[in-house]
Design a protein around this ligand. Structure first.
Ligand code: MOS
Length: 776
């Protein structure tokens, strides 16, 4: 089995290598990004404008319906009972009292649940990246503390919640692996991420470190983090014969439909998933057991079912970011140049899960160094499966790397910004690929000037009464991705209205607004004449809102569909048109029609073309070329994070006074929604730095703080005015010149805060979160 896996990986590695070579030899043949998007250079009407969210009024008026807000005829309400052991079997399960409680329609357990196939893992037949591939409520076995063991269906949520407390369960507990150190002592295995090994090395790092005249070699740790989107995970499920209808809170409607079809043994077209509004996802709004359980309960009861997890429920069955133990060692010359970087460590995941926190990802492309060694090892614990959580890898990896660089800057007596810039690579240091665009120096210089970095003093030198004040900085970075997102459809009417349709998602980040802006510019129409339809698996495409790549993925699909539209319009225009004889590359969409690039006077409106062709509308659908641009270029968003903190001598309390994020993310399509993404990421980063910590009881694998009362996230009083700025330099190799802005905001923040705390107090905290007990 192991051999087969390895052989498969080797074959995949070889195939990717060959593709990489082909792409490097003839980039134009392979990549849409090789021929720059005309929108990058054209004068724009809508792109770059601070357009407020088009769904803002709907949300403010409470008219935007979220997944738990669809009242269906005859609907029942569900509540879940969760196991209280980490591993073993259900010995007895007494549901009689719950079944007899007022308003209760039925109780579903492994004894009466419909037979279902295990959850398949989206994107591949391999093990899940996020989530797990366990069967759902099919037998008496328990795999983690918090696994659902029973579901109550009742006429009201209150009745269901009451009855769930009347269920009596006894267990035969089996020995469970719940201690991290204990598991490490028994042995670790090298981790894989998306089917690829995370370990890499290009020389003898130990020797280079030993020889280096200056060196740091430190351990950093970060705790588990749980998802806490404002909107609780929720689903409304209904069957119509063999057709399953789901109102879900989802960042992957197409993948959810695909998976649910397999669980219930029906065709994908028999599943209809919509998710028009989502109250935050951050990687956590994928497919978990609750959607399967709701659909199963709807099948069993013959009634529509609404299942909204309680806040505790989200902690019990939706996984988050796992804990990390990291080692970073850097060897340097007196002038600051790095000879070697080592970044290794250990994380935990479950036997039925394939998402180790890949904390070395950002280190691959960060700094020039003679030799580099990276690696992530993993142990298996009996706990809820890990999943993606905003910048999986980079969020906590950058804490370790960027803290270590600050520590090295102290050793060397070099300003930490200067130290970073002296190690700026001119090409990707581990892959050797050229950068598509890298303006990190500009982000640092502009940010430092705006923040007043020159006011920073020696550690412990600034004080106001009981408060010691300090500044810190760190690099933020997140890769550009564009997953194969499938097709987009454009419907253009004679009246000059266009509808763009993609099975995409808006979790609050502004997808619908920004895509309307981009489509309006691409089509040469006012925004009021463009509608963007999304959040429905029956629309074209399979794009996922993840990896900060949805904007680019949709952009490429719409670009392909637009090209198809222009081709068809030119055909319809024929010889009587001022456009006669022009081909698709010789025209642009402008002023509600097409015009010759060489001679803009040659213009015909869409209405006129369609009218002469006696067509009321034109519908096109197209799929973009494979996303191969990042095989040729090393593509990343960058940022420089600046933080000022004050630390109390009396209590050890840390207050963040000021924060600035200076970003280099290509073209910014909408300054309002992008700034909101950056700020939201930074706020989440402040939580990571100062408060977020899942308390996991290592004796029994129970999460002890499954509530916002005991799992602390930043509240209004914890968040200062956050300043953001950006280079706005378009990336010539991405659709629209834009790179992702969704996840980068959280990266670097942990280190910027820790480095500021050091500058304030002279105390280095290497263990997140930086709570007051660590500073006294
Ligand atoms: Mo993001 S963690 O890829 O939703």
């Amino acid at each position: 089995m192991k051999r087969l896996e390895r052989a498969k990986q080797a074959a995949m590695g070889k195939a990717i290598g060959a593709l990489q070579k082909a792409v490097q030899l003839a980039p134009d043949r392979w990549m849409p990004g090789a021929t720059p998007d005309p929108l990058i250079r054209r004068q724009h009407g809508h792109i770059g404008r601070a357009v407020p969210r088009i769904d803002g009024p709907l949300k403010v008026r409470g008219e935007a319906r979220f997944a738990a807000e669809f009242p269906l005829e005859g609907m029942l309400y569900a509540a879940l009972a969760y196991s209280s052991i980490a591993r073993g079997r259900i010995a007895t399960l007494d549901t009689a009292e719950a079944e007899a409680a007022p308003g209760v329609r039925l109780v579903m357990t492994h004894r009466n649940a419909p037979r279902m196939a295990p959850m398949p893992l989206f994107m591949s037949s391999e093990k899940a990246c996020g989530g797990s591939d366990l069967p759902v409520m099919q037998d008496d076995r328990i795999h983690w503390n918090g696994e659902p063991v029973a579901l109550v269906l009742a006429d009201s949520q209150e009745a269901a919640d009451h009855a769930v407390g009347l269920i009596r369960v006894a267990y035969d507990a089996a020995p469970a692996a719940t201690g991290f150190a204990e598991a490490i002592a028994k042995g670790t295995e090298p981790a894989q991420f998306m089917g690829q090994p995370l370990a890499q090395s290009n020389g003898d790092v130990a020797a280079a470190l030993a020889k280096a005249p200056f060196r740091v070699d430190r351990r950093y740790t970060s705790p588990r983090h749980n998802h806490n989107a404002i909107e609780l995970h929720a689903v409304t499920a209904a069957w119509d014969g063999d057709e399953l209808r789901l109102h879900d809170a989802s960042q992957m409607v197409a993948h959810t439909a695909w998976s649910m079809a397999r669980v219930f043994g029906i065709a994908e077209r028999q599943v209809h998933v919509t998710s028009p509004f989502v109250g935050g996802g951050f990687g956590g709004k994928g497919l978990w057991q609750h959607q399967v359980l709701a659909a199963a309960a709807a099948k069993l009861s013959g009634r529509p079912v609404r299942l909204m997890l309680s806040r505790e429920g989200v902690y019990r069955i939706v996984g988050g970011r796992t804990l990390t133990q990291q080692r970073v060692a850097i060897g340097a010359q007196a002038d600051g140049r790095f000879d070697a970087i080592l970044h290794t460590g250990t994380v935990a995941m479950t036997p039925h899960n394939a998402l180790p926190e890949p904390f070395v990802l950002a280190t691959r492309s960060a700094y020039a160094a003679g030799v580099t060694q990276l690696g992530v090892d993993v142990v298996r614990l009996d706990m809820v499966a890990n999943t993606f959580m905003r910048a999986p890898g980079e969020a906590v990896g950058s804490f370790a790397l960027e803290s270590a660089i600050d520590e090295l800057a102290v050793e060397l007596g070099i300003d930490p910004i200067e130290l970073r810039l002296r190690n700026e690579p001119d090409k990707d240091p581990t892959s050797g690929a050229p950068f598509s665009s890298r303006e990190i120096e500009r982000a640092y210089r502009d940010g430092a000037a705006r923040f007043g970095w020159d006011q920073r003093g020696a550690p412990g030198s600034r004080r106001e009464g009981e408060w010691r004040i300090g500044m810190g900085c760190a690099t933020a970075t997140y890769p550009y991705y564009r997953m194969p997102g499938g097709a987009a459809r454009i419907t253009l009417t004679q009246s000059g209205h266009a509808t763009i349709e993609v099975a995409a998602h808006d979790m609050g980040m502004g997808t619908a607004t920004v895509q309307t802006q981009v489509a309006a510019d691409r089509l040469g129409l006012p925004m009021a004449q463009v509608a963007f339809r999304y959040g429905d698996n029956r629309l074209p495409g399979t794009v996922m809102a993840g990896g900060s790549q949805q904007t680019a993925a949709i952009g490429a699909s719409v670009m392909a569909a637009h090209r198809e539209l222009v081709t068809k319009l030119l055909k319809l225009a024929g010889n009587d048109s001022p456009l006669a004889g022009l081909d698709v590359d010789a025209v642009v969409s402008v002023d509600g029609g097409l015009a010759s690039i060489a001679d803009p006077g040659r213009h015909e409106s869409y209405g006129s073309i369609l009218e002469r062709a006696r067509r009321s509308e034109l519908v096109v659908e197209a799929t973009p070329p494979l996303p191969l641009e990042f095989l040729h270029w090393s593509m990343h968003s960058h940022g420089a994070m600046f933080c000022e903190v004050r630390v109390s001598d009396v209590t050890g309390e840390v207050r963040v006074d000021r924060f600035l994020g200076s970003f280099d993310c290509g073209r910014i399509l909408n300054p309002l929604t992008a700034a909101s993404q950056f700020r939201g990421g930074i706020i989440m980063g402040l939580g990571l730095a100062l408060m977020e910590e899942t308390q996991f009881d290592e004796r029994n694998g129970r999460i002890m703080n499954p509530s916002l009362a005991e799992y602390h996230v930043p509240v209004h009083l914890d968040v200062p005015e956050i300043d953001v700025m950006w280079t706005d330099i378009p990336d010539p190799h991405t659709p629209m010149g834009a790179r992702g802005v969704g996840e980068i905001g959280i990266t670097g923040v942990g280190a910027a805060v820790a480095n500021a705390v050091y500058n304030a107090t002279g105390k280095r905290v290497r263990d997140l979160p930086i709570t007051l007990d660590k500073l006294l």
